[in-house]
Design a binder for this molecule. Structure first.
Ligand code: GLA
Length: 377
């Protein structure tokens, strides 16, 4: 099965926007090997919007931009594959992309065949400039069918921002993941809105081969680049990454992986958190509850894992004080007297064998992420 666990990789958009070329893609692919990101599971190198020439050619084909991708996409795919990575590309269900370049409406089969001939492994398919009266789900069905007809394994990433509730039909049109919201920005309020607020009801719709996508990571952007805006603190990036792992979200890095800060490496390369995201049971986590203290919110999220383990995130969404946050065994479906090994996935340390509940003191906008393993009595 394709995308049996949530796809992981990197995408040009968050940092580079329109400023992309073949050198950036190849340098990034090398950096993904050198930094250990590939070894940690990040696999897809995705070229987002603005790789295209301004117009289709006389035969109707859509060539890459001659200045920035003059060597063509196929050789980039070859380089990426030599590094044991996979290549992704972008198009749009409308007549033009969101950056006003030619898109795939009415050219679905031709473009799918072209992507397959370039040995592309992933297609992000956006929703700008859809002609009036065209049905969104029908256009995604058409491209899904076109991709399958190529015979190549291509992950199909639907990007219609949650407008037509794609969690209800994405799997049926052959999508492996679907954006559930408008675009993320590199500010804490955006992470709270897109992650904590909007994802809470969506857990029933995800599973192996079909994932809710709360958009790409802004971890490590620090306000730089296309969606940079104000930037976040390392604690905020840690909370963002922890939540995306608990959500079984696709983990698509958006920062420049050629120049990662030490703190960003610690977050993106936290293999214990990644194991929660990639857990073979394939369940999306959900919010157990929220508590308020002087109008400041704390939330506890849980995700069941294979073999009976449970991952828990305790988030302090308040902006001033530390908070003591608890998770009771009862709230995660365990008998209170059940002994459990509790491991702190950011300290990379065992807390101990506990009964009844676990607790952690969590700084403002930070998180404690635990793995709870019931042990024999
Ligand atoms: C939309 C998508 C973004 C990005 C841009 C490209 O806004 O939601 O993720 O792909 O288009 O133009």
């Amino acid at each position: 099965m394709l995308a049996r666990t949530p796809p992981m990789g990197w995408n040009t958009w968050n940092t580079f926007g329109h400023n992309i070329d073949e050198t950036l893609i190849v340098e990034t692919a090398h950096a993904m090997r050198e930094t250990g990101l590939h070894a940690a599971g990040y696999e897809y190198v995705v070229i987002d919007d603005v790789w295209q020439a301004p117009q289709r050619d006389a035969a109707g084909a859509l060539p890459p931009d001659p200045d920035r991708f003059g060597g063509g996409i196929r050789p980039i795919a070859a380089t990426v594959h030599d590094l044991e990575l996979k290549l992704g590309i972008y198009s749009c269900a409308g007549t033009h992309t969101c950056a006003e370049l030619p898109a795939s409406f009415g050219h679905e089969a031709r473009d799918a065949a072209m992507f397959a001939s370039w040995e592309v492994d992933f297609l992000k398919y956006d929703f700008c400039h859809v002609p009036p009266g065209a049905s969104g789900p029908a256009l995604y069905r058409k491209m899904g069918q076109a991709l399958r007809s190529t015979g190549r394994d291509i992950v199909f990433s639907v990007c219609e921002w949650g407008v037509h509730e794609p969690w209800l039909w994405g799997g049926a049109v052959g999508a492996h993941m679907w954006r559930t919201t408008p675009d993320i920005f590199d500010v804490w309020d955006s992470i709270v809105d897109i992650g904590f607020t909007r994802q809470a009801p969506l857990h029933p719709y995800a599973g192996p081969g079909r994932w809710n996508d709360p958009d790409m990571l802004v971890v490590g952007m620090y306000g730089q680049g296309n969606v940079g805006r104000g930037g976040c603190t390392d604690a905020e990036y840690r909370s963002h990454f922890s939540l995306w792992c608990l959500l079984a979200a696709p983990l698509m890095i958006g920062c420049d992986v050629r120049s990662l800060s030490a703190a960003t490496r610690d977050i993106l390369l936290n293999t214990e958190a990644i194991a929660v995201d990639q857990d073979p049971l394939g369940r999306q986590g959900w919010r157990l509850g929220a508590t308020y203290h002087a109008e400041e919110r704390a939330e506890v999220w849980a995700k069941p894992l294979a073999h009976g383990d449970i991952a828990v995130g305790m988030f302090n969404l308040g902006s001033s004080d530390d908070r003591l946050i608890q998770v009771s065994w009862e709230s995660i479906g365990l008998p209170p007297d059940q002994p459990c090994l509790v491991r702190d996935l950011w300290a990379h340390d065992d807390v101990g064998v506990l009964t009844n509940a676990a607790e952690a003191r969590v700084a403002a906008h930070d998180v404690a992420m635990l793995r709870i393993t019931p042990t024999p009595r």
